[in-house]
Design a protein around this ligand. Structure first.
Ligand SMILES: *[C@@H]1O[C@H](CO)[C@@H](O)[C@H](O)[C@H]1NC(C)=O
Ligand SMILES: *[C@@H]1O[C@H](CO)[C@@H](O)[C@H](O)[C@H]1NC(C)=O
Ligand SMILES: *[C@@H]1O[C@H](CO)[C@@H](O)[C@H](O)[C@H]1NC(C)=O
Ligand SMILES: *[C@@H]1O[C@H](CO)[C@@H](O)[C@H](O)[C@H]1NC(C)=O
Ligand SMILES: *[C@@H]1O[C@H](CO)[C@@H](O)[C@H](O)[C@H]1NC(C)=O
Ligand SMILES: *[C@@H]1O[C@H](CO)[C@@H](O)[C@H](O)[C@H]1NC(C)=O
Ligand SMILES: *[C@@H]1O[C@H](CO)[C@@H](O)[C@H](O)[C@H]1NC(C)=O
Ligand SMILES: *[C@@H]1O[C@H](CO)[C@@H](O)[C@H](O)[C@H]1NC(C)=O
Ligand SMILES: *[C@@H]1O[C@H](CO)[C@@H](O)[C@H](O)[C@H]1NC(C)=O
Length: 713
C-alpha cells in the first residue's frame, strides 16, 4: 500500500510539475499532531502531512497550507461535515484502510482543488453516499472507492447520479455487484464524465462485457480488472470498447479455448495496444490447450503492440514446436514469472522480450529463444533469474539490433555465448552471477565491442577473485575501455576479502606474490620429475632381468602362459650354458658322458640353436624348453656377456616359470674365489646346487653321476 501511495504521489507530482525528489528525506514530527510527520516542499508554502498508521479515530485539524494528506491505516469511522473545510489547497487525500462506511452531505466541503481521493479498502456501503456529497470536488481527477469486502456478496451499485457531478474525473477505481448484471452498471450519469478514460474494477461476479456496458464511457482507453473480478465478453462486446488501448485481465470466467477465441476476436476489432493477462492462466489446462495460439493468431491483424502474460503457469502450455508466430504489430512481449522451462519463438517484429524469472536455464544451454534463422529486430532481452549455468554460443545469433541484455540473478561462471557481432550493444548485465574472473577470450570479445560503441558490463555482486590465476583479468580491468560496473571487493587466495581500490596496488602486490609462486611451482615440478625419473630408473634396474626375460619370452613363438610342470614334455633334459673357450670340454666330455652314456638329451647352442633366429630368443627358448640348465662356470664365463645373459635368463625362468623348483645347476671347472662371483651366483651356491670338477679319474665318475642325478631330479 505504501508503495502505491508513493507511486501515486509521484504520479500526481509529475502531473503538477512538482519536484518530489527530496520529498521523502526531510520529514519531521508535525507541531499540530504528534502522530503525523510533516514536510514542507522546498521553495513553497506547500505542506505534506503523513499520518499513516497513526491510530487516529477522529480527523484532526490541519494547517490550511496542507497540500498532500495521508490518513491511511487509521481508525476513522466518520467524516463529519466540513472536516476538511479550511484545506482549500489540498490536492491529494488518502483515506484508504480505515473504517468508513459512508459520507455526510458536507464531508468534502471546501475541497475544491482536490485532485485525488482514495477511499479504497474501507467497509464502504454505496447506499450511504448522499447524491450531492461529491459536488464540492470540482477538480477531482481520480476517485478510488474499491471496498474492503467483509461479506461475500456486494449488492448495490454506486449511484451514477452521485458520480455524475465529478466532471473532471479521469480515473475511477470501483466495485461492481453481481446482482445488477442485467441492469446498467455504469448508467446514464457517467455520460457527464467527459474526461473519464481509465477504469479499474476491483470485485465483480461474472461481469459481462456486452455491446452496451460502457455505452456512457466512450473515451475509455484504459481498462483493468483485479483478481477478484471474473469477466466474460459476449459477441459484439467490442462496441463498448471503441477507444480501448490498454486492457489488463486477471481472471476469465471460462478458461476454455472457445472462450479465449471469442475474447480475442472481439479485441481485434478495437484499437487495442496493450494486453495483459496477469495471473490469468493459473489453473490447470486441458491437454493441448495453448493460450498463446488463439491470442497471437486472432490478434494478427490488430494494432497490438505489447503483450504481457505474466505470473501464469505456462510451463506445460507453451510447447516450443507448436507456437504461432506473433502478430506483426507486436513490439514487446513480457513472459516473466511463468515457470517456463522451454521457450523458442519466431520473434517477428518484437523489440523487447522479457523472460525474467522462469526455468529456462537447461533449455538455453543448448538452444536459443529465437526460432527462425532470419534476422530479428530484437533490441532488449531480459533473461534474468532463470537458473542459468551455461549458455549456448549461438544464443544471440541473427539479432544484430540487440542493445540491452540482462543475465543477472543467474549462476554463470563463464562467458560461453557470442556477443562479438552485436555492434549496437550498450548494456550487458551479468550482476549476481557466479563469475570469479573472465577468461582471455571473453576479455578480447568485450574489448572488440567497446571499439565501436560505449558499452557497459555490469559485474556487480559476483565473487571476483584477486589471485595469481586472475591477475590477467585484474590487469584488464585496469586498462580496458569497456565501462565496467564492479563492487569494491574481491577475494584473495586464502578467502579474505579486500578492497579492489586502488586496483593498481592490488596488481602490484599480486605480481610480487605470484612471481615467487611461479618459481616455487617450477622448482617443485622439476623436483618431482627428477624424483619420478630416478624411481623409474631404479625400478627398471632392479627388474632388468625380469623385464628382459619377459620381453624375449614374449618374442618367442613357443611362449606359453602356462608354467611348465615336470609332467610336461620338455624338448631337452638340460641346456648346457658355457663359454666358447670351454667348447672342447663340452663337446668331448659333457656330450660323451651325459648324452651317449647317460641317455640325456642335451641342448648345446652350437648344435641345437635354430639358425636365422635371434640369439637371445634362441637362448630364452632353449632354457624354457629344457628341464634344467647346467652352467659350466669359469672365469671366462663370468666375463662373457652372453654367458651371463644365459645364467640370468635361467634365473628368471627359475623364479617365474617353474613354481620355484630349482632348475640351475652350476659346474665349476676352476677354482673361483667367492669375491669374484656375482651376488646372485653366491645365493645359488648357498642352496648347494653346484659341483666342482675334480679332474681325476675316480672323482670324475662320481662327478658325472651327480650331474646325471641333478638333470633327472
Ligand atoms: C492556496 O494556493 C494559492 C496559490 O498557490 C495561494 O495564493 C494561497 O495562499 C493558498 N492558500 C492557503 C490557505 O494556503
Ligand atoms: C439520488 O438520485 C437517484 C437518481 O436520480 C434518485 O433515484 C434518488 O432518489 C436520489 N437520492 C436522494 C437521497 O436524493
Ligand atoms: C463465441 O462466438 C460465437 C459466434 O460469435 C458464438 O456463437 C458463441 O456462443 C460464443 N461462445 C462463447 C463461449 O461466448
Ligand atoms: C490479415 O489481413 C489480411 C489482409 O488485410 C488478410 O488477408 C489476412 O487473412 C488477415 N489475417 C488474419 C489472421 O486475420
Ligand atoms: C514484465 O512483467 C513483470 C511483472 O510480472 C514486471 O515486473 C516487469 O517489469 C515487466 N518487464 C517489462 C520489460 O515490461
Ligand atoms: C523496451 O524497453 C526499453 C527499455 O526498458 C523501453 O525504454 C521501451 O519503452 C520498451 N519498448 C516497448 C515497446 O515496450
Ligand atoms: C533458414 O533455414 C531454412 C532451412 O532451415 C533455409 O531454407 C533458409 O534459406 C534459411 N534462411 C536464412 C536467411 O538463412
Ligand atoms: C536485470 O534484471 C534484474 C532482475 O530481474 C533487475 O534487478 C535489474 O535491474 C535488471 N538490470 C537492468 C540494467 O535493468
Ligand atoms: C553460485 O553461487 C552460489 C552463492 O554464491 C552458490 O551457492 C552456488 O553453489 C554457486 N553455483 C555454482 C554452479 O557454482
Amino acid at each position: 500500500m505504501t508503495i502505491i501511495v508513493i507511486v501515486n504521489l509521484l504520479l500526481v507530482s509529475t502531473l503538477l510539475c512538482v519536484k518530489t525528489d527530496s520529498a521523502v528525506n526531510f520529514y519531521y514530527v508535525c507541531t499540530f499532531n504528534t502522530h503525523c510527520r510533516c514536510y514542507r516542499e522546498e521553495g513553497t508554502e506547500k505542506l505534506h502531512v503523513d499520518c499513516a498508521n497513526g491510530k487516529i479515530s477522529k480527523i484532526p485539524k490541519f494547517p490550511s497550507n496542507t497540500y498532500i494528506l495521508n490518513l491511511q491505516h487509521n481508525r476513522i469511522r466518520v467524516i463529519s461535515d466540513n472536516a476538511f473545510q479550511c484545506l482549500s489547497n489540498l490536492s491529494i487525500l488518502d483515506l484508504s484502510h480505515n473504517h468508513i462506511k459512508g459520507l455526510k452531505l458536507h464531508s468534502f466541503e471546501g475541497l475544491g482543488k482536490l485532485n485525488e481521493l482514495n477511499l479504497n479498502y474501507n467497509p464502504l456501503d454505496y447506499t450511504k453516499f448522499p447524491n450531492e456529497s461529491l459536488i464540492p470536488l470540482v477538480s477531482l481527477r481520480r476517485l478510488c472507492i474499491k471496498r474492503k469486502l467483509l461479506m461475500a456478496a456486494v449488492i448495490f451499485i454506486f449511484s451514477d447520479k452521485t458520480i455524475s457531478y465529478l466532471k473532471s474525473l479521469e480515473k475511477l477505481e470501483i466495485d461492481v455487484p453481481a446482482i445488477y448484471q442485467k441492469r446498467d452498471i455504469f448508467g446514464e450519469g457517467y455520460k457527464y464524465l467527459i474526461h473519464l478514460s481509465s477504469l479499474n474494477v476491483g470485485t465483480c461476479d461474472d461481469l459481462l462485457i456486452n455491446a452496451k456496458i460502457f455505452e456512457y464511457m466512450p473515451l475509455l482507453t484504459y481498462l483493468s480488472f483485479d483478481i477478484k473480478c471474473k469477466i466474460h465478453i459476449t459477441p459484439g462486446g467490442h462496441r463498448s470498447l471503441k477507444n480501448i488501448r490498454h486492457f489488463y485481465v486477471h481472471r476469465l470466467v471460462d478458461t476454455l479455448l472457445p472462450y479465449l477465441n471469442n475474447f480475442t476476436n472481439e479485441l481485434k476489432l478495437t484499437p487495442i495496444e496493450t494486453l495483459s493477462f496477469r495471473n490469468t492462466f493459473a489453473e490447470g489446462f486441458e491437454d493441448r490447450y495453448y493460450p498463446w495460439n488463439p491470442i497471437s493468431r486472432n490478434l494478427h491483424n490488430s494494432s497490438l503492440k505489447q503483450l504481457q502474460m505474466t505470473e501464469n503457469k505456462l510451463g506445460e502450455s507453451f510447447p516450443v514446436s507448436k507456437l504461432d508466430s506473433p502478430p506483426a504489430s507486436l513490439q514487446a512481449l513480457n513472459l516473466s514469472n511463468n515457470k517456463l522451462e522451454k521457450f523458442a519463438l519466431d520473434l517477428g517484429n518484437i523489440r523487447n522480450l522479457s523472460l525474467q524469472n522462469n526455468y529456462l536455464g537447461g533449455f538455453l544451454s543448448t538452444r536459443s529463444y529465437k526460432m527462425s534463422n532470419e534476422s530479428s529486430s530484437l533490441e532488449f532481452i531480459d533473461l534474468s533469474a532463470n537458473s542459468i549455468e551455461t549458455l549456448t554460443f549461438i544464443l544471440f545469433k541473427d539479432q544484430p539490433n540487440l542493445k540491452y541484455i540482462n543475465l543477472s540473478h543467474n549462476k554463470l561462471q563463464k562467458i560461453t555465448f557470442d556477443v562479438s557481432r552485436l555492434n549496437d550493444l550498450h548494456y550487458l548485465d551479468l550482476s549476481r552471477n557466479n563469475f570469479t574472473t573472465l577468461d582471455e577470450k571473453a576479455m578480447a570479445m568485450l574489448d572488440g565491442l567497446s571499439k565501436n560503441t560505449f558499452f557497459t558490463v555490469n559485474l556487480r555482486n559476483n565473487a571476483l577473485q584477486c589471485t595469481c590465476k586472475t591477475l590477467t583479468f585484474l590487469k584488464w580491468i585496469s586498462k580496458t575501455k569497456v565501462d565496467l560496473l564492479l563492487n569494491d571487493k574481491c577475494t584473495l587466495e586464502d578467502g579474505t576479502i579486500v578492497s579492489l581500490n586502488p586496483i593498481d596496488s592490488i596488481i602490484q602486490q599480486l605480481q610480487k606474490e605470484c612471481s615467487t609462486y611461479t618459481y616455487l611451482t617450477i622448482a617443485l615440478s622439476i623436483g618431482l620429475v627428477v624424483i619420478l625419473a630416478v624411481l623409474i630408473l631404479a625400478l627398471v634396474y632392479k627388474y632388468r632381468w625380469k623385464l628382459r626375460y619377459m620381453f624375449y619370452l614374449a618374442k618367442s613363438k613357443h611362449y606359453s602362459y602356462k608354467a611348465s610342470t615336470d609332467d610336461g614334455e620338455y624338448t631337452y633334459d638340460a641346456f648346457i650354458s658355457y663359454c666358447d673357450d670351454d667348447r672342447a670340454f663340452v663337446l668331448k666330455d659333457v656330450i660323451a658322458n651325459l648324452e651317449n652314456e647317460g641317455n640325456a638329451k642335451l641342448c648345446v647352442h652350437q648344435r641345437d640353436f635354430l639358425p636365422g633366429q635371434e640369439i637371445t630368443v634362441n637362448i630364452t627358448n632353449a632354457i624354457h624348453d629344457s628341464r634344467k640348465t647346467v652352467c659350466i662356470i669359469t672365469r671366462k664365463f663370468l666375463e662373457s656377456y652372453y654367458c651371463m645373459f644365459e645364467f640370468n635368463m635361467a634365473r628368471m625362468e627359475n623364479n617365474y616359470s617353474r613354481d620355484g623348483r630349482n632348475i640351475i645347476f652350476l659346474v665349476f671347472l676352476e677354482q673361483i674365489q667367492p669375491r669374484e662371483m656375482p651376488l646372485m651366483m653366491l645365493e645359488l651356491i648357498e642352496k648347494q646346487s653346484y659341483i666342482e670338477y675334480p679332474n681325476d679319474e675316480e672323482g670324475n665318475i662320481v662327478f658325472w653321476g651327480k650331474i646325471k642325478e641333478a638333470i633327472h631330479s
